[in-house]
Structures are given as structure tokens and as C-alpha cells.
Design a protein around this ligand. Structure first.
Ligand SMILES: CC(C)(COP(=O)(O)OP(=O)(O)OC[C@H]1O[C@@H](n2cnc3c(N)ncnc32)[C@H](O)[C@@H]1OP(=O)(O)O)[C@@H](O)C(=O)NCCC(=O)NCCS
Length: 198
């Protein structure tokens, strides 16, 4: 694979690590000590906070904002203008009116597990986990952990279906047995959780 490709207007801190074949487009910012794997694509204006850890083949679309200490596993997709937040009760100042600085508040990172996608302009509240291959709909506000393979939508986000590894809505073939119309893969639902493919 090739060396990382960084557009001239991107702002990549020298202490950040970028894997082979990763592309960073115009006006994106990658803060100090962030780590990105191989073959990632960061769109225009995307933001990666200090120390954020990002796996291989991750796509951050234009103006996606990933605040520290988020962790994005391999194959994650973050849609345009989506925000992965890090502070449940944000305040600019303390009760004495003094500006809060890093370390004056507990930053809680979002975790997005392998192969999951976050839709355009969705917001993930600090500290929540989006499960493997889950899909967060456009504009959703995620306030609770999202199970593996769940399709969640709305504000607050609720599960409206299941998606398979291909990202397509699954069809219920028989009670508790779900099938992907694209790949034919089968999944098993038990106690509100999906496992598979079988
Ligand atoms: C959630 C999503 C996957 C559903 O797609 P779908 O399976 O084709 O579903 P439909 O369009 O048939 O909608 C099914 C229902 O969900 C609702 N719905 C669809 N998208 C929704 C969303 N983003 N938020 C809330 N509700 C949504 C529809 O209104 C419909 O409701 P109804 O049954 O009461 O009429 C899709 O709409 C979506 O948001 N995809 C993410 C797109 C995105 O952000 N891409 C980023 C790259 S640009």
C-alpha cells in the first residue's frame, strides 16, 4: 500500500499516526496522538480529536466530528456532519466562572464497533457504544448503547429493524430467524440480540 496522502490544506499534527494508504482531504484536522489505521478516508473538514483511535478502512465523511477519546474499529463509516460527542453535561466554565480546560471534566468517548455505520448528521451521546455492523439512521440521536446489527432511528434513537453485514435490512424468514436479501446470510435473534451470520 502507498504512503498516506494528505491534502495541502489538511492540518495533521506531527504526533498523529496514519496507516498506509490513508487519505486526508482538504481542511480535515487530526489532533495530537490520534492513531488511524490503513486505507482510511477522511473527507473535507472532518475532525479527529487528540488520542482518538481509528482502525483500518474507516470512512469519515465531510465534516464528521469525532471527539476524544473515541474508538472506531475497522470498517466503520461515519456520515457527513455526524458528531461523536464526549461530554454528557457540558459547561464552558466552572462555578467560579473560570474557563474549564482539558482534565477539568471527564471526557467519555464513543465506541463504534467493527463494520458499523453512523448516518448523516446523527449524534452519538458521550460514552455510548454502537455495536458491530449496526446502522444509525440519518439524523438519529443515540442516547443508549446500540446492539450489534441493530438499525436505529429517531430522537431518541429506537430500534426499527435489523441489518446484516451488508448494511441491508434483514427479513424475518421464520420466528427468530432473519435473512439478508442481498447475501442470503442467516441471523438468529434471541432475547433482543442478533447473532450470526449462521
Ligand atoms: C434508516 C434507513 C436505513 C431506512 O431505510 P429503508 O430501510 O429504506 O427504510 P424506509 O425508507 O422504507 O423507511 C422505513 C420507515 O423508517 C422511517 N425512516 C427512514 N429513515 C429514517 C430516519 N433517518 N429517521 C427516522 N425515521 C426514518 C420512514 O419514515 C419509514 O417510516 P414509516 O414506516 O412509519 O413510514 C435510511 O432512511 C437512512 O437513514 N439511511 C442512512 C442514510 C445516510 O445517512 N447515509 C450517509 C451517507 S450520505
Amino acid at each position: 500500500m502507498t504512503e498516506p496522502r494528505i491534502a495541502p490544506t489538511a492540518d495533521v499534527d506531527p504526533s498523529a499516526q496514519l496507516g498506509a494508504g490513508t487519505t486526508v482531504w482538504h481542511l480535515a484536522q487530526i489532533r495530537e496522538k490520534a492513531v488511524l489505521g490503513e486505507g482510511c478516508i477522511l473527507g473535507r473538514g472532518a475532525y479527529v480529536g487528540p488520542g482518538v483511535r481509528i482502525g483500518d478502512r474507516v470512512k469519515l465523511q465531510n465534516y464528521a466530528l469525532v471527539y476524544e477519546p473515541a474508538v472506531l474499529e475497522d470498517g466503520v463509516f461515519v456520515g457527513p456532519a455526524a458528531v461523536l460527542t464526549n461530554d454528557v453535561y457540558p459547561r464552558s466554565t466552572d462555578v467560579d466562572g473560570e474557563l474549564k480546560r482539558d482534565g477539568d471534566w471527564p471526557a467519555e468517548g464513543v465506541i463504534v464497533r467493527r463494520g458499523a455505520s453512523v448516518g448523516a448528521r446523527a449524534v452519538i451521546v458521550a460514552g455510548r457504544t454502537v455495536g458491530r455492523h449496526a446502522l444509525v439512521a440519518a439524523g438519529a440521536v443515540v442516547t443508549k448503547d446500540v446492539p450489534d446489527f441493530a438499525l436505529v432511528a429517531g430522537t431518541p434513537a429506537r430500534r426499527i429493524g435489523w441489518v446484516g453485514r451488508a448494511g441491508v435490512t434483514l427479513h424475518e424468514q421464520s420466528p427468530g430467524r432473519w435473512r439478508c436479501p442481498d447475501t442470503g446470510e442467516l441471523y438468529d435473534e434471541r432475547d433482543g440480540h442478533l447473532s450470526g451470520p449462521l
